[in-house]
Each structure stands twice: as C-alpha cells, then as structure tokens.
Design a protein around this ligand. Structure first.
Ligand code: FAD
Ligand code: MG
Ligand code: MG
Ligand code: MG
Ligand code: MG
Length: 551
C-alpha cells in the first residue's frame, strides 16, 4: 500500500514471477499505456518488445476500427469485424493488460489510480506504478448543454452501434403494426441526425443506402414512401471543415437522395417524439421549428473525458478546455520531464507556430540574399510563400484560400509588395487562427508510431539500465526529433461513393472505383489480417444477399 490515498500498489502483475520471459522484463522501465484505441494500438505495434515492462489499461478489451463504425449501425458490416481483441496485440508486445479504468494520476509519485468493478459489484481501487505513462484515452461525446439528450443515440463505441441497429429495426417493425396510425408511422420513420460532420453524414448515408437497397426486399413497399432522413447542421454547409468541393458534392448527393439537409439550424431541445430547433432564414431572422422523430443521432463533436479534466485541473499550466497540452515531443506540459506523454484525441500539441513563422521568414530573406528588414515580396512570390506555409502547416490551408484578398488586405501602404513587417503581421494572423490538430485516427496513429520509435531509441540510449538507474530528464530532446504531423487528406464516405480530400487541391469523387479505393486505403490501415478477411466477407455477403434486416 502507499501513495497519497494509501491504496494497494500493483508492483508485480500476474505472471511477472512465474513466466521466465516476464521475470526478465520485470526490472525494465515500467511503461504504462492508457486506452486501447488508435493511438495506443499504433504505439504497441511499433514498440520493440522486451525493452519495457508494458502494461495497457483500458475499460474495454478490444480495439475499435472507428472509420467503419457507421457501416455497422445498419448491418453493412458485422460488429465483430470492426473490433480486434486487444490482448493479442498486447501479447505481441510482451505486455500486460488490465481491463480497468484510469481515474487519476499522482504525478510526483508516478502512480496511476485505477478502478474496476468486481463481480460482487464493489469498486476496487489500486495504483499502478510507472516510469513512463502514455495517456491515449480519447474523447467523449460533446453534450453542448442541450436538454433531452437521453432521447438521442450516440456513435462512439461498438455498443452504440448495436443500440442504433436495434432501435432502427424496432421502428421499422413497429411501423408495420396494425395498431400503428398513419401519423405515428411517419414519426417512427423520421430519422434525424444532429451534426453535419463526418460521423453524422456517414451515418445518414449508410442509413439511406440501407433503406433504399434492402428495405423493399423484406418490408412492405409502402414504408419506403413514408421514410424521411434529416440532417440538422448549425453551420451553412455540411462537412464544413473539409474542402469546399467535397462539401458541395455531399450536399448535391443528399439532395438527389432526398436526405433533407437543414443548415444554419440549432437544436434547442430533444423530446421523446420530436426535436425542437431554431433556424435562421434568408432574412437573418431566427424561427423556431419542430420535427417529429422516431430516432435521433447526436453527433456534434467531442469533448474532454473526466479523467483528462482531472489531470488538467491538477496542473497549473494546463488551461486548454478541449485537450491536454503537450510540447512538440508529446510530453505532457507541467508533468516531470519525460515521465508522461499524451497522444490522440485527448491531446493537442503546442507547436509554437509563431516562432516557426518568424524563423521561416528569416530563412526566406536569406534565400533571397536580403536583409529581412528590407525584403519586399511581390504577389507571385507571395503565392510561393503561401504554398510553403501550407506544406509546413497543413492546418493553415483553410486560411490561405483567398490569397489575393489577403495580400491586398495586408499591403497596408498599397505598394503592390509586402515588406517584412506586413508579411509578419499576415502570418501572425494566420497563426492565431490555426486550430489544434484534427481529432482523427490518422493523427492518433502518427503520434503512437512517433512515440514508439522514440521509446525504442530511448531504450538504446540507456542500455542495460534498470528502471531505477535511468534519469530520463530531457533525454527526449537528445535522442529524437520533435513530432511533425503529416496531413494525408480527409476521407468521407457518402452513400455508395466516396469523396476524397488529399489536402493539396487534388480531390476525387464518385463511382464504384472510389468505393474500392476508399476501402483499400482502410484495408491497408487496418490492424490485422483477421480484420481484413472479416470485412471482405461482410462485403461479399452483402453484395450477394443484402443486409440482414433484423436486430
Ligand atoms: P480512441 O480511439 O477513442 O481510444 C480511446 C481509448 O481509451 C478507448 O479504448 C477507451 O476505451 C479508452 N479509455 C477511455 N477512458 C479511459 C480511462 N479513463 N482509462 C483507460 N482507458 C480509457 N478518424 C479518421 O481519421 N477517419 C475516419 O474515417 C474516422 N471515422 C470515425 C467514425 C466514427 C463513428 C468515430 C466515432 C470516429 C471516427 N474517426 C475517424 C475519429 C477517430 O476514431 C479518432 O480520432 C481516434 O479514435 C482517436 O484515437 P485515440 O487513440 O485518441 O482515442
Ligand atoms: Mg488510444
Ligand atoms: Mg478506438
Ligand atoms: Mg480527452
Ligand atoms: Mg507594401
């Protein structure tokens, strides 16, 4: 026992003493990884086994392949195909797995507080000691303070997909009851999606496909005419964080499919049988409307988990409402150097863009053989500069769309050129608008991989040392480069075709070929051969027999 709360400390885990492999690892530095999602799994897959005493802690014992989750809600894919047992992945890294939840961290004593409800219904509390801790716990659904969310579904986990599938099927079955009135039938068949981001859009598309392709085969044809699908979006467009072309493509697609898109609309309250929302009309006036509904998916972004909030509250320098802040080495700001890292959706990197930009400007001047203070940039040079900024800071792409406008606006003296001061101001303006890294599997994956490579290197920098002998300090800086995010494009799946945004102006949409490419990209990113086989079987089965219309 020990620590501030005098809880049992799990110094030794099951098998540590009994198995020869494990007793060898017992004295290695303790690496504790929280979460079994994209970030943690990519870390585990890149980490060299036998360099650390690895423990993975997560309340679920599987890895969930989230990009395919919307497909599971309507039976395009089977739930089983989207999850992979985490123990197998942990075992390959010669680690331990604890199906439990992290609730707190004692930073100075290097202890994670863990809870687990045992079969008797009691909550067990204990500490797991670490030398290095990786926080990869993801994020939770954002409630936005709207009333009545208990009448909504969410789509974050496999259990959510199961509930959605049951609920959709139940509504279809209930619609066929002789006791169901016409009005009630229309309500049951009114499906509402709140949130026009990728998750909401993909779900709406999957639902529409299912209703279109399989409903007629199993249910009375008349139902088809009474079904409606609505997407409520607070902004002017759906998929508004994506490329404009993509967003327009998705909207055209939905219009063709008769999926109603309600833009500039805000949900005020969700009731059992209807949803109340306000909508700005063309004159800018706000009107309150209501929509009868039998099903509502709430997918309006994510927020911080309680666990992360607790950690942030403990550390003075952690003031970000949305995520834990790390330095460019992914080390948690404010924790003892080199002891805690945060990756994936729960974290954001303070990348000091402003410093980079000034450095960038100076090297630009140097290339031109000029004194920075005397540099003059013409519009065509500015175009090149903007390309380079985009390449270095992909998040800035959106703010660099109207290059001519920006140039004009910052050329204060109307000289037709930007001098150092003007350019500096322009870049600072972009810097202040730069949002944090996107909450995507892509990013979590890159960060997990980065961290594993660094941990592999760190183990080599301190060969043969036991945990107690290593002083990590700022070894990170010495042995490995800072993390750099590579934007590989965002993907969204829309109906039976995919749209791509590769981030460099090259986007691509439509057709079977698109679906094929999209799937193969995800096949390649997918974790195991097992998952690939299962997904391929699901797709073939669906192509041959359609979806199973049952819950
Ligand atoms: P997660 O993958 O969410 O993993 C978090 C893990 O931490 C989970 O295992 C969880 O159980 C565990 N955990 C939570 N709390 C605790 C705790 N207190 N202690 C221990 N463990 C804990 N991204 C894309 O790039 N492309 C897509 O097409 C795409 N589609 C998506 C579709 C849907 C429906 C959803 C929900 C997300 C989608 N995303 C997509 C986003 C992507 O899933 C996330 O960005 C990614 O999962 C983040 O990885 P992570 O490791 O940070 O967190
Ligand atoms: Mg994770
Ligand atoms: Mg996951
Ligand atoms: Mg979080
Ligand atoms: Mg000027």
């Amino acid at each position: 026992r020990g620590g501030p709360k005098n809880l049992p400390i799990a110094e030794v885990l099951v098998d540590d003493d009994d198995c020869p492999d494990n007793s060898r690892l017992k004295h290695k530095p303790k690496l504790v990884i929280l979460g079994s999602g994209w970030g943690s799994v990519s870390l585990l897959k890149t980490l060299k086994p036998e360099e650390y005493h690895v423990t993975v802690i997560s309340p679920v014992n599987y890895f969930l392949f989230t990009p395919m989750l919307p497909s599971a809600t309507v039976g395009t894919l089977e739930m089983r195909s989207l999850v992979e047992p985490i123990r197998r992945i942990v075992q390959r890294a010669k680690g331990h797995f604890l199906k439990a939840e992290a609730v707190d961290v004692e930073l100075s004593e290097k202890l994670v507080e863990v809870t687990q409800t045992n079969p008797k219904g009691e909550v067990d509390h204990f500490y797991v000691p670490y030398d290095k801790l990786v926080i990869g716990v993801g994020a939770t659904t954002n409630p936005h303070g709207v009333k009545g969310l208990e009448h909504c579904h969410f789509l974050k986990d496999i259990e959510d997909a199961r509930l959605i599938r049951n609920s959709v099927m139940m509504n279809l079955e209930q619609a066929c009851m002789p006791t169901t009135s016409d009005e009630e039938r229309r309500r049951l068949l009114s499906f509402v999606v709140s949130g026009g981001g990728p998750t909401g859009v993909e779900f709406a598309a999957e639902l529409f496909d299912m209703l279109n392709e399989d409903l007629g085969r199993s249910f009375p044809k008349i139902l088809r005419n009474e079904i409606s699908v609505h997407v409520i979006q607070s902004r002017g467009h759906i998929l508004n964080t994506y490329d404009e072309a993509l967003s327009r493509y998705a909207e055209a697609r939905f219009e063709h499919d008769q999926v109603e898109v309600l833009t500039n609309s805000r949900v005020k309250e969700v009731q059992k049988n209807k949803i109340l929302f306000t909508q700005k009309d063309d004159n800018g006036e706000t009107v309150t409307k209501e929509l009868p509904m039998g099903f509502c998916l709430w997918s309006t972004g994510v927020s911080q988990t309680d666990f992360c909030k607790r950690i942030a509250a403990k550390i003075e320098v952690q003031n970000n409402q949305h995520a834990l802040e790390t330095d460019t080495h992914l080390r948690l700001n404010g924790a003892p150097l080199g002891s805690v890292y945060a990756i994936g959706d729960c974290a954001t990197v303070q990348n000091n863009v402003a410093d980079h930009l000034v450095h960038f400007l100076r090297s630009l001047a140097w290339e031109k053989g000029k004194d920075p203070e005397k540099m003059q940039i013409t519009f065509s040079e500015w175009r090149t500069v903007a390309q380079r900024v985009k390449k270095r800071f992909p998040q800035a792409a959106d703010h660099l769309r109207r290059l001519d406008k920006l140039f004009e606006q910052y050329d204060k003296d109307k000289s037709g050129t930007l001098d150092f001061g003007e350019l500096h101001e322009l870049l600072l303006q972009i810097d202040s608008k730069l949002t944090s890294l996107p909450a995507t599997a892509q990013r979590a994956h890159q960060q997990g991989q980065y961290l594993a490579r660094k941990l592999n290197k760190l183990a080599h920098a301190t060969p043969g040392m036991t945990a107690n002998e290593v002083d990590y300090g700022d070894l990170d800086d010495a042995v490995y480069k800072p993390f750099e995010y590579r934007y590989l494009g965002s993907l969204a799946y829309i109906g039976n075709s995919a749209v791509f945004d590769f981030g460099n102006g090259l986007s691509f949409s439509g057709g079977l070929m698109a679906v094929y490419v999209w799937r193969s990209i995800y096949f390649a990113q997918s974790v195991s051969f097992r998952t690939r086989i299962l997904l391929a079987m699901d797709w073939s089965k669906r192509a041959l027999f359609g979806r199973d219309m049952m819950s």
